[in-house]
Ligand binder design. Sequence first.
Ligand code: NAD
Length: 515
Amino acid sequence: MNDNILTKLGISTLLKKDNLPSLYLGDKVYYGTGKQFFSRSPIDFNINAKFKKISNSKVEKVIDSLQDEFQLWQEVPAPKRGEVVKTFSLLVKENKRELAFLITLESGKIYEESLGEVQELIDICDFAVGLSRQLYGLTIASERFRHKMLEQWHPLGVVGIISAFNFPIAVWAWNAMLALVCGNTIIWKSSSQTTLCAIACHLLLQKAIKAYPTLPQNIFSLILANRQTTKSIVKNKNIKLISATGSVSMGKSISPMVASRLGRVLLELGGNNAMIVTNSAKLDLALRAVVFSSVGTSGQRCTSLRRLFIHKKIYKDFISSLVKAYECVNIGDPFKRKVLMGPLVSKKAYKNMQLTLKKVKDQGGKIIYGGERIKNNVPSGGYYVKPALVKIKHSAKIVQKETFAPILYLIEYDSFEEVLKLHNSVPQGLSSSIFTQDLKESEIFMSSIGSDCGITNVNIGTSGAEIGGAFGGEKDTGGGRESGSDSWKNYMRRVTNTINYSNEIPLSQGINFEL
Ligand code: NAD
């Protein structure tokens, strides 16, 4: 591991042999004493970090402190809260390359994409700083004489953030930066695959808040935890919102726990994203979009392209161009320039990919390219694979499932009506895209009778969303929205005020209740 980078980010002082702190609150750290966990770099399988299970009682104490600190933080004027985020953003800019290094080290995505992820963090900070002066409510016309109605937005309290390995800092930032400017305190349960990224962000945020010594300091915390400890966080009544990003099975497991205490939950779960390439599409653009969407981050983005519908008139030619493009994808050490695809995140991910490819064959599909492990000219220990292209019928069971690996299903279609039905027939509803020059097709695709996904693009691939829009999806993807637009409202509670400035006390709906 690069010692200079760890020192610059302040992590090396925390690294104790065999044990990283498992719990962080402002500048306080706590070491676990229970079972040991460790994370390995997907690049070569070397161990990155070791930490031990922290006791539930310590976690509860930290949540209690966050609840106390919330009472103070909510009273800090929102633009002042925005200043803290601005300071944090400047620190991130100064450490952009170092943070990108950690992302590549822990997630295995190529360095160029990691730089993009840090940029995404900076962008959401900018958004949050602007938002800190725009937490607007409405004035509403009252039906009563000399009455006024208002809508105000107040902070919620402690917000819990659970994040996935594949966007180790951006997803946290989407939630955390908005939650903080909205006046909440936060506890972050990062993926245990990407602990160093999480610690580095925590330390930079701590540096930012220290620049404002008169403000509450213990407003954010980080926990490196296993599932059991995560469940105790999810069940804690003091956490007013759980925002969880990860697989559908994770969402299905934690959602009932939050519901049983009538808490709020924001779910950002798996996708089964599709693109339709019509016969009027600009094929050179479509091809580039397909390759980035399916191969980028080794097919391990929630928005990765999984299903490609190609019109029958261009099906054969488009597939032969796609195979040629796949042959040019340089696979290897994600730190190396010109490498476009790094390793899968783990042995489990590799096994899952192979199992899916077996099911593909069992269910009548044909692998026309890739799928196998590469061992030459790649760092030893990691799971490097050739991305797979598969011809299969859409009705095959395996196509309904998200396999978090670079497998692209190729499906030929004839009519637009038919392909729309197939497009919407899977359980997930995250990202979708159409390549067409036909105005009618693109309008229908974006309309209510078109794609049923939360993200619907025209002449752009399924992955690589900007922070300005609300991000999230429907059906099994969980229905949550994060990042831009008015997603900030998820981190606040809405209050309706009615004010009477008349000399009467009239009731609404004209009810007469004379004594
Ligand atoms: P994962 O579900 O294994 O883990 C996500 C997080 O949840 C981790 O912090 C993990 O420790 C925790 N977790 C997992 N199961 C849990 C349980 N039963 N109880 C409590 N906590 C639990 O997902 P992953 O492998 O880290 O990431 C890949 C998945 O995340 C894919 O399905 C991908 O589509 C999805 N994802 C979705 C979005 C989105 O915005 N929709 C973004 C990124 C990733």
